[in-house]
Design a protein around this ligand. Sequence first.
Ligand code: NAP
Length: 259
Amino acid sequence: MDLGIRGKRALVCASSKGLGLGCAEALAEAGVDLVMNARGAEALEAEAARLRADHGVAVETVACDVTSAEGQEQVIEAAQGIDILVTNAGGPPPGLWSDWDREDFIKALDSNMLTPIAFMKALLPGMMDKGWGRVVNITSQSVRAPIPVLGLSNAARTGLTGYVAGTARQVAPQGVTINNLLPGIHDTDRALSLDTGVSNQQGISLDEARAARSATIPARRYGTRQEFGAACAFLCSQHAGFIVGQNILLDGGATNLTM
Ligand code: NAP
């Protein structure tokens, strides 16, 4: 399917690995020029070079912490005039409801709620002026059903979801859509780190931790970054202009919901 977005330009935050990289790859395959970001320059430059070579698109890189004020300033400067925004950042650490203090919550809110909001605030007006734009926020299945050990994620991402629900309906008249993609477990470094935590805590091997988690998923496997990226690229396509303010679960059926 031709996604109809060849020649458009996208910012994909936190995109040297994992789900962000999956989105950058799928957009590059659709002919979209990119601004890519991550803190570590080495992996970022390597992936940018690969996408330029594989897809013939222009790729600019900004190596910085996207959750810091200085980082946001640099990325927003590079992303002026973009048509597509994919927000993403690392997830908060696991723990128990009783572990966290105010500072832990502020950090999680900064990373997973206020950072995407800052990007939308800065970049939505340019899209609205052009009468076309797409925003996809990478959030988590934890906004549909809480994950007990990820209380910081449950809290921060639900705040973002509320903001998007209201904002998406205010920018839709100008041809701009905002939607959230909610990953369940995907085969990335984040999943490896969560499984390592389970393995250490329960005294089981990493393979056993992964097998136990896979057994809880109706699809009986982890998602891939390519599957995630393809869903993101579709939401950014011409065909998705009537999808507004939605929260789309990509979780192999893991969240047991009727709707
Ligand atoms: P990942 O494989 O660990 O990749 C994270 C990417 O983001 C890397 O490119 C990393 O590069 C970059 N990054 C992290 N923090 C950053 C920051 N502050 N500024 C700029 N770049 C940053 O993680 P993932 O699995 O793709 O997860 C992406 C998001 O989805 C996370 O918020 C995660 O919690 C959420 N999620 C993931 C899953 C899953 O199963 N994978 C499930 C639910 C939710 P650098 O380290 O070089 O910065």
